[in-house]
Design a protein around this ligand. Structure first.
Ligand code: FAD
Length: 817
């Protein structure tokens, strides 16, 4: 294997060294500026609670992998993980309902969990005042990791396979030549390497800067305190027969309504708080000492005043704390990113990787995914059946390059990290709307959207209209079924009405937030042919959908390709990571330019779109045929635009693209000419519903990067007759998959789910809802989920668990596009 340097011997660096050496990459050197084991980083004082369940399937998989690995790990005969279980309690109705949703998430991830009443909560954790709680969720396999023990055990395993750990060595520079990493400079001289991984935790931005790579995280202080000894706890431990002084008899406890968590430390409790003000720290000031500093760089002096409200809430939940005091506390620092998820993957500097902003909870799973990504090119986790097989995992949500550069100013990163901190224990709705009134990025239609009362969500800094308040007067609103509770939040029947207008008349749909790439140069066709699953050597003026696969045949991009010249293409993709996938494969004379920000795109969708456009196109162009060509330069009234005929949702229409300066004029001319046709603006929620009802499966909307085309039902987008392309062999050999993405229709069209709910066959969980929406046109409630192939036949009865209820449904046979 290559020579690898890992910067940082916290739990992430140690876990990664273990996983890399286990995969045969044994020439690993781990460098840390701190002392052995207790380096002074965040791992040094993490209490190590591992609550596995989140609404994010990949993060839950990382957590489960971590609990599994640490559960079997020992150091000097001592366990590195104690499966004491996790108990989350609800003190509000809202939270009680949310615990049912969390129960569903656990089930969908294959984690056993139980909903408890207040009496059962108090039986499990007798320090709880049962009158304060309304109920709880118990997850028996959650537990306490021993962070330094687990780190050291993994470091020893790596050392036994040949890795070297060097402490007291500070990395001062990253040697980059010709776009590739060559090694690091250190306080003890240079160290040559073929691959460098920054596992430097909250020092990440400094390491990144040494290589010229932005690392969007902010160190944030988080308060953790130890109580004085508690008699009640001592009695309980004796009663329950605790022998191991480092052990615990109570489950870990989370009281999220008060932003608190608790664990045992001998006869004391540790109390963690997220309720205090956000306290970001400057990454450049981490190592300087001062009166506000603790004994380690990752510590700030405990600010008692900030802790007071948390302490009062802790005493209210646990009356045994009434006589106790806070004996000591710490404002401990660790990393927060703008969305709270890690930063993983290889950077734009070849061979320079990041594994940062990772909790103890996810550390081993992350290390397994990153190590397999480095060694085999495909991130994967060990299969849970214990077979040792590698199970691919979609790491898109944790990819370090998922953020648009527009939202990466240090001040933006810091303010969003503060928001992520504030919201750690909040009940988040997956379709939550933007709370900020001023978006960072505004497209040319923005002023028009505002006039129409756009209700917006944020995507990559863009204000994306979800629906338009002005459309509340549409007669179609009355035809849309109302939605209840959770599914009815951040939703309006107006969104359904907009979808109906698309099917019946014509609507304008802002498509600007997609990524538009201009691919030109002598190697443009060659690049696309090397990546695409279908032949793109088609006539100029054609528009083709194609997938890109990785070497294992899994879907990495979903392309909308228009050929504008022999070596000139414009390609639209949904996300930044898809654009990156193309960019990463550029060789030779090809230029890939992302023109999204300087351009705009407007869908004119609906059966009346042809009539509308014919009012605005030049008769000469109509006669020449360019007005009806699939892809052609045209004029819409006075506005020059590229017209791409067709819509992804099975209705007539056209996408118009032009430069940003012409966008407002384009909107206005279409709006005025469409008045007599009843043109309206339609928002993103209408588009999702149209996409789901029309059988559209795209990356990020039902399909994820761990699926193959055959699994995703997109086998028709792979042309076996086409010559070589990346992933071809894998895609063509894996045509009878063991799991499939299916569409379920719920029996009751009035029930709508939102995503991530478990899918059950009888009582067994067989999958998880990937995306769901109700169709206003067909009055049917649909959900897409990956299930075992044996359950994918149309007519198969499956149900969805939704807030503890079973919603029956069945697999339906719908056209897939
Ligand atoms: P670190 O442990 O910080 O390791 C990074 C290492 O990089 C350090 O040792 C540092 O010395 C080294 N380094 C940096 N720059 C250089 C350089 N230039 N040269 C050489 N070496 C360098 N997580 C949970 O999952 N559960 C919890 O209950 C939990 N509780 C927490 C409570 C507190 C009070 C705090 C502060 C954090 C808590 N966390 C918890 C979060 C968790 O501690 C961190 O996410 C995790 O420890 C990060 O591990 P790491 O290896 O990435 O970083």
């Amino acid at each position: 294997g290559p020579r690898v340097v890992i910067v940082g011997a916290g739990i992430v660096g140690c876990a990664l060294a273990d996983e890399l050496t286990a995969r045969g990459w044994t020439r690993v050197t781990v460098l840390d500026q701190g002392e052995p084991v207790r380096t002074g980083g965040s791992t040094s004082h993490a209490p190590g609670l591992v609550f596995q369940t989140t609404g994010h399937p990949t993060m839950t998989r990382f957590a489960r992998a971590t609990a599994t690995k640490y559960g079997a790990l020992r150091i000097d005969g001592r366990a590195c993980f104690r499966p004491v279980g996790g108990l989350e309690v609800a003190a509000t109705r809202e939270r009680l309902t949310d615990l049912r949703r969390r129960h569903g998430w656990a089930t969908a991830a294959g984690i056993e969990s139980h909903l408890l009443d207040p009496g059962e909560c108090a039986a499990l954790h007798p320090l709880i005042d049962r009158d304060v709680v309304l109920g709880g969720l118990h997850i028996p396999s959650d537990g306490l990791a021993v962070p330094l023990g687990a780190a050291e055990a993994q470091a020893r395993a790596a050392t036994a396979r040949g890795a070297t750990f060097r402490h007291g060595v500070r990395v001062t520079g990253v040697d980059v030549r010709g776009g590739r990493v060559r090694g690091v400079e250190t306080s003890e001289g240079p160290v040559a390497a073929d691959v460098v991984v920054s596992a430097a935790g909250m020092w990440g931005p400094l390491l990144g800067a040494m290589a010229g790579v932005g690392v969007p995280l902010s160190p944030m202080a988080h308060q953790y305190a130890w109580t004085t000894p508690l008699r009640e706890l001592d009695v309980l431990q004796k009663l329950r027969g605790l022998v191991d002084p480092g052990g615990a008899v109570l489950p870990m406890l989370r009281h999220q309504d008060a932003d608190l968590y608790f664990r045992e430390h001998g006869d004391r409790l540790g109390v963690g708080a997220y309720g205090h003000r956000a306290m970001p720290a400057d990454p450049t000031g981490l190592d300087r000492s001062g009166p506000d500093r603790g004994e380690m760089p990752s510590e700030r002096a405990f600010t008692e005043l900030d802790f007071e409200p948390s302490w009062a809430a802790a005493q209210a939940l646990l009356p045994a704390l009434g006589d106790a005091k806070v004996e000591r506390g710490v404002n401990g620092l660790f990393s927060f990113t703008p969305d709270g998820l890690p930063l993983l993957g290889e950077t734009s500097v070849a061979g320079f990787w990041l594994a940062e902003a990772v909790w103890i909870t996810h550390s081993a799973g992350v290390a397994q995914a990153v190590a397999s990504w480095m060694v085999d090119g495909v991130p994967s986790l060990p299969a849970l059946d214990g077979s040792g097989a590698a199970d691919p995992v979609d790491v898109s949500a944790a990819h370090h390059d998922r953020f648009d550069p527009a939202v990466l100013a240090p001040s933006t990163v810091r303010s969003r990290a503060c928001t992520a901190f504030d919201e750690v224990y909040d009940i988040a709705h997956p379709q939550g709307l933007s709370t900020s009134s001023r978006p960072l990025r505004t497209g040319p239609f923005d002023a028009r959207h505002r006039e129409l009362g756009a209700v917006v969500a944020e995507r990559d800094g863009w204000a994306v209209p979800a629906w338009f308040a002005d459309n509340a007067d549409l007669p179609e609103v009355c035809e849309v079924r109302p939605r209840r509770e959770w599914a009815g939040r951040h939703w309006s029947p107006v969104a359904g009405a907009e979808a109906l207008v698309v099917r019946r008349a014509v609507a304008l749909v802002d498509l600007t937030s997609a990524h538009r790439l201009e691919i030109t140069g002598a190697g443009a066709l060659g690049l696309l042919q090397q990546l695409a699953t279908v032949d793109l050597d088609r006539p100029v003026g054609s528009r083709t959908r194609a997938l890109c696969l990785d070497g294992a045949g899994r879907i990495r991009a979903d392309l909308d390709v228009a050929r504008l010249g022999p070596e000139r293409f414009t390609v639209a993709v949904g996300t930044r990571l898809e654009a990156r996938w193309i960019d990463e494969h550029v060789l030779g004379d090809v230029s890939v330019r992302d023109v999204s920000a300087g351009t705009c795109a407007l869908g004119v969708w609906g059966p009346a779109s042809g009539v509308l456009l014919s009012r605005l196109t030049d008769p000469v162009a109509r006669r020449r045929g360019t007005a009806t060509a699939t892809v052609a330069d045209t004029h819409v009234g006075p506005v020059p635009a590229l017209a791409l005929r067709g819509t992804p949702i099975g209705v007539d229409g056209v996408e118009l693209r032009t430069s940003a300066d012409l966008g407002a004029a384009l909107w206005d001319v279409l709006w005025d000419a469409g008045a007599t046709l009843g043109v309206v603006a339609a928002g993103a929620r209408a588009v999702t519903s149209l996409a789901v009802e029309s059988g559209l499966r795209t990356l990020g909307s039902g399909v994820d990067a761990s699926l193959t085309p055959a699994e995703a039902g997109l086998g028709h987008l792979v042309d076996p007759a086409k010559g070589p392309f990346l992933g071809r062999e894998a895609a063509l050999t894996a045509t009878t998959p063991s799991r499939r993405l299916v569409t379920l229709a719920l029996d009751d069209p009035g029930e709508v789910v939102v995503g991530d709910e478990p899918v059950l066959a009888g009582d067994d969980c067989v999958g998880r809802v990937a995306v769901a929406e109700a169709s206003a046109t067909e009055d049917v409630s649909l959900a897409l989920a990956v299930v075992p192939a044996g359950l994918a036949e149309p007519g198969t009865a499956l149900s969805v668990e939704y807030f503890g209820r079973r919603l029956p449904g069945r697999v339906v046979d719908r056209e897939v596009r």
